[in-house]
Design a binder for this molecule. Structure first.
Ligand code: PLP
Length: 349
């Protein structure tokens, strides 16, 4: 009889949320409809794809559009089926058996998940009381365990906090191995290290079209790294990991001048409003213990009892994200923000 390997026994599919909810502010998605930002809309792009042909394995047109849009050299870009796939590829390919991945806690759950699948060690350092990474502690631990890879999001999901560019580069320059900086939310902040990603031989910066660009459905992420690492990523990814339609759609969207700033600007406005309202609520409601200053498109708050509040909002058909002791609310349309504030007003003590 075939036995499943012990490492995967009990694994369940990733299931952020089930059921229908009128208001969805649980996954940090954009509230913008990208149809309004593409000439001829999504349908126009879809009509032009040659569906009988395999996609361009190198996604050359998309890579050059990304390069132009972000001021990069296309030679340093590898596209993935979402940045999630790239995290999986990087973890499985760029480490040796027996090596350990170091991340921070709390941070994106996938950083721990993939190493566990690939039978690597995983260690983490706890973020400090303002939920920021203590860089000295991270580096001390990395060097003590000779971490094969350090990975963290900046700014961070779920904490909404971030490290300034100098601090991130201090990590890169003093790490014993590879450093992966996930800038999924950097479109909402200004401390990117994308421009120097290729200058370091141990650095990969990850970006995604799923958040500020409003394209979570189409699964496009990209990695930016020097030629040596880029060549490996391009060689080991499955050839057709990004489909023709998504390549065309991302190309159409990113070809529009200033699109990243335009879309992220809308969401930053929404987040500022949501944040201000939640801070006001926190002054009245003792169940909100702390609201963290946000550098992202969501607000993260420490709660006396996150589970019960989460449940009460679900009963009102509002989905937000619940963690142990914390809640995370994505900034949405004005009326969605108002609805979640009104519901919190009602359910909180
Ligand atoms: C949403 C998110 C991603 C996933 O991006 P995809 O490109 O949709 O796979 C990666 N990293 C972080 C920190 C995220 O929050």
């Amino acid at each position: 009889m075939y036995e499943l390997p012990a490492k995967v026994r009990g694994f369940k599919p990733y299931d952020p949320i089930t059921g229908y909810y009128k208001i969805r502010l649980d996954a940090n998605e954009s509230y913008v409809d990208i149809n309004d930002y593409i000439e001829g809309g999504v349908a126009g792009v879809a009509a032009k794809v040659a569906y009988n042909r395999y996609p361009d394995a190198a996604a050359a047109k998309l890579c050059s559009t990304i390069a132009k849009s972000f001021g990069l050299n296309e030679r340093y870009i590898t596209t993935g089926n979402g940045s999630d796939e790239l995290i999986s590829i990087i973890t499985s390919v760029l480490l040796e058996k027996g090596q350990t991945v170091l991340t921070s806690e709390p941070d994106f759950s996938m950083y721990r998940f993939y190493p566990s699948v690939y039978e690597l060690g995983v260690e983490s350092v706890q973020k400090n009381d303002v939920l920021e990474i203590n860089v000295d502690e991270l580096l001390a631990k990395a060097n003590a365990i000779n971490a094969g890879m350090i990975i963290f999001s900046n700014p961070c999901n779920p904490t909404s906090t971030g490290l300034c560019r100098e601090e991130v580069l201090r990590i890169v320059e003093n790490a014993p191995g590879l450093v992966v900086v996930d800038e999924a939310y950097m479109d909402f902040w200004d401390q990117s290290i994308l421009d120097v990603a290729a200058d370091y031989d141990n650095l990969i910066v990850l970006k995604t079209c799923s958040k500020a660009l409003g394209c979570a459905a189409m699964r496009i992420g990209f990695a930016v790294a020097g030629e040596r690492i880029t060549d490996v990523l391009r060689a080991v990814k499955s050839p057709y990991n990004t489909d023709s339609f998504s390549q065309e759609l991302a190309t159409a969207l990113l070809s529009r001048e200033g699109i990243v700033e335009e879309l992220s600007g809308l969401m930053i406005e929404s987040r500022k409003e949501l944040y201000a309202e939640i801070v006001k609520l926190a002054e009245k409601k003792s169940e909100i213990l702390k609201v963290y200053p946000s550098k992202t498109n969501f607000v993260f708050m420490k709660m006396k009892d996150s589970r019960s509040v989460h449940k009460k909002l679900l009963e009102r058909s509002i989905a937000i994200r619940c963690f142990d002791g914390y809640l995370r609310i994505t900034a949405g349309k004005a009326e969605e923000n108002e609805a979640v504030i009104k519901a919190l007003e009602e359910v909180l003590e």
